[in-house]
Design a protein around this ligand. Structure first.
Ligand SMILES: Cc1cc2nc3c(=O)[nH]c(=O)nc-3n(C[C@H](O)[C@H](O)[C@H](O)COP(=O)(O)OP(=O)(O)OC[C@H]3O[C@@H](n4cnc5c(N)ncnc54)[C@H](O)[C@@H]3O)c2cc1C
Length: 418
């Protein structure tokens, strides 16, 4: 049922602010209780971002979900997510969507998608289920204020029909983060939490392209280093840290993009001010010695071949020229650079290009059911919390696991269980 008005004096049991991944899942789980629920979504329809996930294919979860795939601004954050993730893991999520008539399938990397590879199938299934269960969703309803009253909350929303007020016993903030504002997540909703006394940790974009020093890559714009090994290096509490992964790196005018960059960004975007360096191994299958020996032999066999062309046939031609130029023609140095081409990270392309937000409402401010420790009846689910996941379905899994924790808590209050 699409709802576009006030509740005619009926008090809402649970007002869900945000009709994204976590809000829709929460509404679906609570619908089983028959509670009086209202989903308020600022966009013209619910689930717009969900329909765009995974390049439109909907990478909903991952077979390898553990807390180690997650980040938080405090070391204990990801640890705190563990119980919630295991209470509603990828198996539970798969079973849930099967109940809604959607089959899920993993790919060879453990990423789980709807079998038809359409993210919109997830949104459609949730939307149909909610409509069938009679859950009211108010689209074009942007919640601008939430006031705590004696026995519940008063929410004010800007709607197409002017300002509307709603009374609710519980409020769940499912408003997402600050990334990808074209999906309704511009960060303005954090103020709903801060006005109720919560804090928000520093926010950084994640799963995003990285800006780098481009002095040695100006000629490489648009060039893809396929299946390179990318390593990020940084220092944490005086200790040197590094993480590596394999994938495509694409050179751009601002720095680097491509799936490897995107994935590695999750580890470092909050550390760029303290210094992060990337190194690219253009040829993970060959050792530095093998490359050096090949270059030595090539120079001996073809003495008239221009120095800049020596890496032709070994790596992409343009990459080869950029490497030889940076090496100043020294083939020992060139072999080293093929295996570890360093780029200093200077920033990210920003929230508008990011898929996820690092930081949010600290987990220390909520209990194990994600209920506010400051305001009874206020809950949080999804990206608004200070938890973010790696690329590969982990962020949607968090949205769903956290929604399930809230549903269980609110459901227990009403009916004993969800
Ligand atoms: C292009 C893209 C692709 C992605 N692909 C994947 C993927 O394949 N796998 C994966 O795991 N993750 C992916 N993510 C990340 C994932 O979509 C998010 O982490 C997840 O949707 C967060 O769920 P959420 O419920 O917290 O917030 P969201 O899904 O962002 O929903 C928040 C909702 O709240 C609404 N809202 C905000 N403020 C208000 C307000 N004041 N009043 C009313 N409504 C409000 C917004 O309009 C929005 O609909 C992707 C993200 C993007 C941008």
């Amino acid at each position: 049922m699409v709802y576009n008005g006030n509740m005619n004096g009926t008090k809402i049991k649970t007002a869900i602010v945000g009709g994204g991944a976590s809000g829709l899942m929460l509404a679906a789980l609570l619908a089983e209780n028959g509670d009086n629920i209202l989903v308020l979504e600022r966009g013209e329809r619910v689930g717009r971002k969900l329909s765009a996930t995974g390049n439109g294919q909907g990478n909903i979860t991952n077979l390898a979900v553990t807390e180690t795939e997650y980040f938080s601004s405090v070391p204990t954050g990801a640890e705190r997510a563990r119980a919630l993730l295991s209470a509603f893991d990828h198996r539970a999520l798969t079973a849930f969507f099967e109940r809604l008539g959607v089959l899920l399938l993993p790919d060879e990397r453990g990423r789980v998608y709807p079998a038809g590879r359409q993210a919109s199938a997830l949104t459609d299934a949730l939307r149909f289920y909610l409509a069938d269960a009679g859950v009211r969703t108010a689209a074009n309803a942007c919640v601008v204020a939430i006031e705590k009253r004696d026995r519940g909350f008063y929410l004010t929303a800007k709607t197409e029909r002017g300002t509307q007020g709603y009374e609710a016993e519980n409020v769940v903030l499912c408003t997402g983060g600050k990334a990808a504002k074209n999906f309704g997540t511009d960060g303005s909703a954090y103020v709903l939490a801060t006005k109720l006394g919560h804090t928000v940790t520093p926010l950084t974009p994640s799963l995003v392209q990285l800006k780098t020093d481009t002095a040695h890559t100006k000629t490489l714009k648009g060039i893809r280093a396929a299946d390179a090994e990318l390593t990020a290096h940084w220092t944490e509490k005086g200790e040197k840290k590094a993480t590596s992964l394999q994938g495509d790196v694409i050179f751009t005018d601002y720095g680097v993009s491509g799936d490897a960059v995107f994935r590695i960004s999750a580890f470092v975007t909050d550390k760029t001010e303290k210094g992060v360096t990337l190194t690219i191994d253009f040829l993970p299958a060959f050792t530095e010695e093998k490359i050096y020996a090949t270059l030595t032999e090539k120079r001996r066999t073809f003495p008239s071949l221009a120095q800049t062309e020596l890496l032709g046939g070994i790596v992409n031609n343009q990459i080869g020229r950029a490497v030889m130029k940076r090496a100043g023609g020294d083939i020992r140095e060139a072999a080293l650079l093929v295996k570890a081409f360093p780029l200093r990270v200077t920033g990210t392309l920003g929230f508008d290009y990011a898929q996820v937000t690092k930081g949010g409402v600290p987990l220390a401010e909520v209990d194990e059911n994600l209920q506010s420790k400051l305001v009874k009846g206020l809950y949080f689910a999804g990206e608004i919390l200070d938890i973010d996941g790696q690329c590969g379905g982990f962020n949607l899994q968090w949205a769903y696991s956290s929604a399930c924790a809230v549903a269980r808590a609110i459901g227990t209050k009403t009916r004993g269980q969800v």
